[in-house]
Design a protein around this ligand. Structure first.
Ligand code: ASP
Length: 337
């Protein structure tokens, strides 16, 4: 009897495993081992950022170097109203940048509310490598950057300044779902972030997250992107996760850490992202109907998953087989909410 129960238990376990791998194959095309490495990024501009990162990865570079390069591309080469030097300012007309970087050994660095320095991700890496700290903010972060040789220059573009003046006419701050992006990619009212995760050919993980934060935020507001565990978390033993959307929800739920911990407990990347989104909904069911939260994750084998509160979240995947794949994530509420 005991033997039969054990046999039935084994049957159930392997049937469960089969069902799980079947479902995954359909839902997460980037399954299996990522030979030679893989890089994934949030949003459509992730395609360009991935390609910059892939140059490093495919030449045998580390995941850490790759994500820094990818993030620098988004901060600089692309004139994007949501990341880096072309970002929209806060409600006082001040452009402040947030960024974090982390590797799978737990080394990490971040800057928040950084002004007039074009590449916050590289300053974050210097914080990680050249200070005993994890995060520098505001004036102190800027002083450190200048001391490290970063150029200080006014970044606010005429377009961003014009958008700020236009916003002041109505002066409403409603951090809601960025439905505009679905209709008009690149629209100035959007608020997105580049979150990038990479695994290199040695199976080592790293991640970077960089943003100008939510446009028209209060001066001094810091979102999730520079907060380790909220906007980014990486652990070589398990995998990595990053986030985009209304950062207050990620901070409330320690969301990227949560996604990685769920993967540690056996969830696939997509299951972990979905469960974390469900947590966001459970905590604030009403608010979750009108704000966007998106998670992207990769496990230590290179399998990728994503999930969002609302439809419209896309992420880019790049590896040896494909350089410019853009995928739409599943969501709780779909496009219609
Ligand atoms: N998460 C970013 C923040 O809250 C913004 C975004 O991803 O849209 O600052």
């Amino acid at each position: 009897m005991k033997g039969r129960r054990r046999f039935l238990g084994q049957m159930a376990a392997s049937a469960g495993a089969m069902a799980m791998s079947g479902k995954l194959a359909a839902a997460s095309p980037e399954g299996g081992i990522a030979q030679g490495g893989r890089v994934v990024s949030t949003w459509d501009f992730g395609v360009g950022a991935n390609q910059a990162a892939w140059k490093r990865l495919s030449a045998g570079g580390s995941a850490l170097d790759a994500v820094e390069q990818g993030a620098r591309w988004a901060e600089g080469d692309l004139c994007n109203p949501t990341v880096g030097r072309c970002g929209n300012p806060d409600r006082d007309g001040v452009l402040t940048l947030d960024a974090s970087i982390m590797d799978g050994d737990g080394r990490c660095g971040a800057v928040a509310a950084l002004e007039d320095i074009a590449h916050p991700i590289s300053v974050a890496r210097r914080v990680m490598e050249d200070t005993p700290h994890v995060m520098l903010v505001g004036e102190g972060a800027q002083q450190f950057a200048v001391a490290q040789g970063f150029e200080k220059r006014r970044l606010l573009t005429p377009e961003a300044e014009k958008a700020w003046h236009a916003w002041r006419e109505r002066a409403e701050y409603r951090p809601q779902i960025n439905a505009e992006r679905r209709l008009r990619p690149g629209d100035k009212d959007n608020h997105d972030t580049l979150g990038m995760l990479a695994i290199d050919r040695n199976g080592r993980l790293a991640g970077a997250c960089t943003t100008s934060g939510m446009a028209w935020k209060m001066h001094g507001r810091v979102g999730d992107s520079p907060i380790i565990g909220a906007g980014l978390y990486v652990d070589n033993e398990v995998g990595a996760a990053t986030a985009s959307g209304v950062g207050e929800e990620m901070i409330r739920n320690a969301a990227s850490f949560l996604v990685v911990e769920l993967m540690r407990q056996g969830r696939t990347p997509m299951e972990a992202c979905r469960e974390a989104i469900e947590r966001v909904v459970r905590k604030r069911p009403e608010a979750s109907k009108s704000l966007q939260v998106c998670f992207l994750a990769i496990d230590k084998h290179g399998e990728v998953g994503a999930f969002a509160l609302h439809g419209g979240f896309v992420y880019a995947v790049c590896d040896a087989a494909k350089q410019d794949v853009l995928r739409a994530s599943d969501s709780i509420y779909g496009e219609g909410a």
